[in-house]
Design a protein around this ligand. Structure first.
Ligand code: FAD
Length: 658
């Protein structure tokens, strides 16, 4: 907290660091992280927490932790990732609690497994929090600079095409810095081009130069990695005072903000200090402006794939003509004079952007502060990575975030944490570790990337997880914190967090035992809880846990009926209700989870020659297996184009060779 108060002073301390970059030459770091976005900051912090001497190099120190696009965190699927990053002691959940100015749980009408914790953020506060956390992280140094080249060894003659990373070289060929592991998190900057109207210019984000061509060259030409091209875009920022918000629908936050972090009981912003959002809709005039200006809009004319679930207004009106589309007017911060019009990402010329927004009633007289723009960038096909996010052909090189073809802060943060922890483990000569899709959304995300690859920007949804009733936002700490703490497994969780998670786990277990010990006949329950319609057809004896599964029974009701055994667990009332409701589903899932875990434990050697494997496999299947090189039988099972018969044959082969 004191650090945060001193931020302006600490910021001034950073510039001397950047001026003395020359002193780092010749220094050997365990881990170098390239890029200070959402993946890079989590990667650097996680690597340092694991125990590695870590250097974070980014183009501009003051943009560390910047939210390039929407000022918000979480949502359905994405909120689950934030909770998991937090359970592994990452930064973004606590940063969200500090910077949030409008908290809401999305999907509340559905079950808690698919609730989406989300917050509108104050941009400046978010950035400040991330920077102050990094400044106070032991073993972490930050430096301003642009990485131009990766230093790698010549391929090992015994393993053609296999390299080992040895460090980086900064722009202008000046400084080389050595490291045992390097994590690349260059976001939208790799060969980035910005688009507004018919103008294209090199850039990774407005106001920021792209990553130098040398870096793409090392990845493609030197390391032989396959890359692709994707695009995304952002809306214009609108001057708040120029918008008539009385013409839009008021949308209030939750009256009791729910923190993201398991360490926080409340958010920094008090409930009554939260700011509202507003909802409005596009008119036929918006569609007319889009159609009239298509020939002036080169971004939209390109074939490069953009984010399907966060499309530009041009794509929306062209795909669904004649419809009215939602536009959310969201605050950018407590003291900001700007509004972020979510849903109006656009790349037409600035004068036409102004015409377009003025077709929407609350914005009839609106002024644009910064025009919207598009960005196209290179990504590295993620099937070339192992589940530890390490490039299979280059020991010590890890990739995380948008560079792997994902979109979104949360997806980037999750990969960053995992890549950073593994980069540190590899540098410290510990085995790298993986997360299964049966235990976390992070596991689902990484498995989807490395097994299936991407053809369009990848974002997380709850529907991607097979076991979402077990992988709930409320229990991410129980699933991941112990694993994160254990040095044999990950080693990135602090003792404070671990102790807190133990306290919670033990209390929940005690409470569940107490609930199961309340073993009464239905008639006794009816006397205790007369307002609850307890069905006579149910078994005549019911435990407290059985009863808590009823829709209209809360833990509070049970605790007031049995205060002596339950009242000490009131702090966990909501968690216990959720545990009880999902218990039958989770019990059912157990067998299937065990089967998948068995398959995940059957590893497929990375040097198999699939073309000469003496089992019955079609040429097409051999070609897929050779290209992707899945690390386990489980990963092979999920590859597109792999038939059940091929899986059985592979299984027999693995059993024989094991
Ligand atoms: P970034 O946050 O982009 O961070 C990359 C960092 O690497 C930067 O700090 C950069 O300075 C640094 N860097 C790059 N190259 C070098 C180098 N050679 N040397 C040193 N430092 C380097 N997400 C959505 O979910 N929905 C959207 O609609 C959306 N729209 C977007 C629109 C735009 C215009 C942009 C730019 C991004 C958008 N995003 C959107 C994406 C979101 O910003 C990213 O998913 C997220 O920031 C990715 O995090 P990252 O850490 O991978 O990369």
């Amino acid at each position: 907290h004191m650090l945060r108060k001193k931020l302006p002073f600490l910021h001034s301390l950073l510039s001397p660091v950047s001026r003395h970059v020359g002193h780092l030459t010749g220094h050997q770091y365990d881990v170098i992280v390239v890029g200070g976005g959402h993946a890079g900051t989590e990667a650097a912090a996680a690597a340092a927490r694991v125990g590695a001497e870590t250097l974070l190099i980014t183009q501009k120190i003051h943009t560390i932790g910047a939210l390039s696009c929407n000022p918000s965190l979480g949502g359905v699927g994405k909120g689950q990732l934030v909770k998991e990053v937090d359970a592994l002691d990452g930064l973004c959940g606590r940063a969200g609690d500090w910077a949030g100015i409008h908290f809401s749980i999305l999907n509340r009408r559905k079950g808690p497994a698919v609730w989406g914790p989300r917050a509108q953020l104050d941009r400046q506060r978010y950035r400040d929090f991330i920077q102050s956390e990094l400044l106070s992280t032991p073993r972490l140094t930050m430096v301003e600079g642009s990485v131009e080249e990766l230093l790698v060894t010549e391929p090992n003659p015994e393993e053609p095409g296999h390299h080992r990373v040895t460090g980086i070289r900064l722009a202008n060929g000046s400084h080389a810095i050595s490291a045992r592991s390097v994590v690349l998190t260059t976001g939208t900057f790799l060969s980035g081009s910005l688009f507004v109207g018919q103008t294209t210019s090199p850039g990774g984000r407005i106001g920021d130069a792209p990553s130098s061509a040398g870096l793409s060259h090392t990845l493609r030409e030197r390391l032989g990695l396959r890359t692709g091209r994707l695009r995304t875009g952002t809306p214009p920022r609108i001057v708040k005072d120029s918008v008539d918000l009385s013409l839009a629908k008021l949308h209030l936050p939750d009256s009791h903000p729910t923190p993201f972090s398991f360490l926080n009981t409340h958010t920094h912003c008090k409930p009554e200090e939260q700011l509202p959002c507003y909802l409005t809709f596009t008119t036929p005039g918006v569609e007319r402006v889009v159609r009239e200006s298509l020939q002036l809009n080169c971004h939209i004319q390109q074939d490069t794939k953009g984010p399907r679930y966060c499309p530009s207004i041009e794509s929306r009106v062209l795909r669904f003509p004649g419809r009215s589309h939602q536009v959310w007017l969201e605050p950018e911060g407590v003291t900001s004079d700007l509004l972020y019009p979510q849903g109006l990402s656009m790349t037409m010329p600035p004068d036409i952007q102004l015409r377009l927004i003025r077709e929407i009633p609350p914005m009839r007289r609106a002024e644009i502060h910064t025009p919207g723009y598009g960005v196209q960038y290179d990504f590295v096909c993620p099937t070339q990575l192992s589940p530890a996010l390490q490039v299979k052909s280059t020991q010590g090189l890890f990739l995380a975030g948008q560079i792997n073809g994902t979109t979104g802060y949360e997806e980037a943060a999750a990969q960053g944490l995992w890549a950073g922890a593994n980069a540190a483990r590899s540098a410290l000569s510990m085995p790298t570790v993986t997360l299964s899709r049966t235990e976390s959304y992070i596991g689902v995300l990484i498995d989807d990337l490395v097994s299936r690859g991407v053809t369009e920007p990848y974002r997380m949804f709850t529907s991607r997880a097979e076991f979402r009733t077990s992988l709930r936002p409320d229990n991410a700490d129980l699933r991941l914190t112990p694993k994160g703490r254990c040095f044999e497994e990950v080693g990135c969780v602090s003792s404070v967090r671990y102790q807190e998670s133990l306290r919670v786990r033990n209390s929940l277990q005690d409470a569940l035992t107490a609930l199961q010990a309340l073993f009464l006949s239905t008639s006794s329950w009816k006397k205790k809880l007369p307002s609850v319609p307890i069905s006579e057809t149910k078994s005549t004896l019911l435990t407290g846990l059985d009863l808590l599964q009823y829709n209209d029974v809360t833990f509070e009701m049970l605790a007031s009926a049995f205060p002596e055994s339950l009242s000490s667990f009131m702090e966990f009332a909501q968690r216990l209700k959720i545990e009880a409701v999902y218990k039958p589903h989770c019990d059912l899932n157990k067998k299937e989870i065990e089967r998948i875990q068995r398959e995940e434990n059957m590893s497929l050697p990375q040097d198999i020659d699939y073309f000469s494997l003496p089992v019955s496999l079609s040429d097409e299947v051999r070609e897929i297996l050779d290209r992707v090189r899945p690390s386990t039988l489980g990963a092979a099972t999920r590859l597109e184009g792999i038939t059940p018969a091929a899986v059985v044959n592979l299984l027999n082969y693995v059993r024989v060779t094991e």
